[in-house]
Write a protein that binds this ligand. Structure first.
Ligand code: NAD
Ligand code: UD1
Length: 339
């Protein structure tokens, strides 16, 4: 029988792509989402890719009754916990909204896992916990720094909660994946990123500018100590990230009880903002309207992942290039324009 995997936030950007990867790996996804930052169209899109409509429960991960009924009605064997708010700027204005949703939902899930004897959990963390790494690439042992935002702090606190729960010997098996910068879309263009309002992230801002939704991209600073003066990030295709979740779940199943580990998910390469812009122009055939503006307060100058550990532990390696990611992001934007 197929293993049932609860995907909280499974209608969101990374969750919907991971649902596809899970199905292709032989798992049965059970999606729990309240659609607070996603659209039902994501379910339609992913159903087209996998060839059937998965089980979708519309509900809040912070609602004990919802969680109770999910665990009662489905024999859940593992959980991937994506559901969270992620808008860094908003989190500085509404910190309690972030602490409530991001931390509250994890605590409730862990309580329910104990009650229903579910052991395996993959948690969505972020490279934001490293801040500006002193030595690059960032390894999993790179010290975490004080968070720049309440959002970043929720990821640190959640990781601390997972460590404490593991130490309490309740039998859990947990992996925290620290994502670098997920970009791109499923190559079919049936699902992709759906930013709310004006995108804060680089790639959706680029594609929205190229399609004409935004007038021009402002590059936040070109006087940093980098190759061309613009900031460096590790951009990872969302399907490679999705695959890392599948491999993490399979790996957890083989571990002894009371297991916790942290893995970076990036490509191991850093690219500047200008390199991303130039690569986008190449793969899309579009001339991007952009200007150089002031630095964005709080921006990390350079970060990219060491992938040594995830390759050694999971046998995972990224399959997509930056060109692939930007091509898929552009094709997704073209698809959205036809809606
Ligand atoms: P997203 O906003 O596209 O998806 C989150 C999903 O969770 C949405 O479908 C939303 O409706 C749902 N959700 C939120 N709160 C919920 C609740 N209380 N109950 C039920 N559903 C709820 O975001 P994403 O980019 O897919 O991010 C997924 C996870 O990965 C988040 O935890 C995020 O912090 C983390 N992460 C994302 C990035 C990134 O750049 N996208 C980077 C690092 C970490
Ligand atoms: C953002 C989040 C971070 C999260 C990460 C991965 C902020 C402050 N931080 O960081 O918490 O973990 O995404 O999802 O939002 N850029 C421009 N012009 C733009 C937009 C971005 O030049 O209009 C530049 C930025 O300065 C940065 C790069 O593009 O150098 C990437 O930016 P972004 O997509 O926001 O990701 P992060 O800065 O890594």
């Amino acid at each position: 029988m197929k293993q049932k995997i609860l995907i909280t936030g499974g209608a969101g950007y990374i969750g919907s792509h991971t649902a596809v990867a899970l199905v292709h790996a032989g798992f049965e996804p059970i999606i729990l989402d309240n659609f607070c930052t996603s659209e039902k169209s994501a379910i339609t899109g992913l159903s087209k890719i996998i060839g059937f409509t998965p089980i979708v429960i519309e509900g809040d991960c912070n609602d004990p009754q919802v969680i109770e009924s999910v665990f009662t009605n489905h024999e859940i064997q593992g959980i991937i916990h994506f559901a969270a708010f992620k808008a860094v700027g908003e989190s500085t204005k509404l910190p309690l909204k972030y602490y409530h949703n991001n931390i509250g939902s994890l605590v409730l899930l862990l309580q329910s896992m104990e009650k229903f004897g579910v052991k395996n959990l993959v948690f969505s963390s972020s490279c934001t916990v490293y801040g500006e790494p002193k030595i690059l690439p960032a390894t999993e042992d790179t010290p975490r720094q004080d968070a720049e935002s309440p959002y970043g702090n929720t990821k640190k606190i959640c990781e601390d909660i997972l460590v404490d729960v593991t130490k309490s010997q309740k039998g859990n098996k947990i992996i925290s994946l620290r994502y670098f910068n997920p970009i791109g879309a499923h190559p079919s263009s049936e699902i992709g990123e759906l930013p709310i309002g004006v995108p804060a992230n680089l790639v959706p801002f680029i594609t929205q500018t190229a399609i004409g939704k935004r007038e021009r991209l402002t590059i936040f600073g070109d006087d940093y100590d980098t190759l061309d003066g613009t900031c460096v990030r590790d951009y990872i295709h969302v399907m490679d990230l999705a695959d890392a979740h599948v491999k993490a779940l399979s790996y957890l199943a083989k571990q002894e009880d009371n297991f916790f580990d942290i893995l970076n998910v990036g490509t191991g390469n850093g690219n500047t903002v200008l390199e991303v812009v130039k690569t986008f122009e190449k793969v899309s055939g579009q001339n991007l309207n952009y200007q150089i503006g002031p630095r964005r307060p709080g921006d990390v100058v350079k970060t990219w992942a060491s992938t040594e550990k995830i390759t050694r532990v999971l046998g995972w390696k990224p399959q997509f290039t930056l060109e692939d990611s930007l091509r898929d992001a552009w094709n997704w934007e073209l698809k959205l324009a036809k809606r």
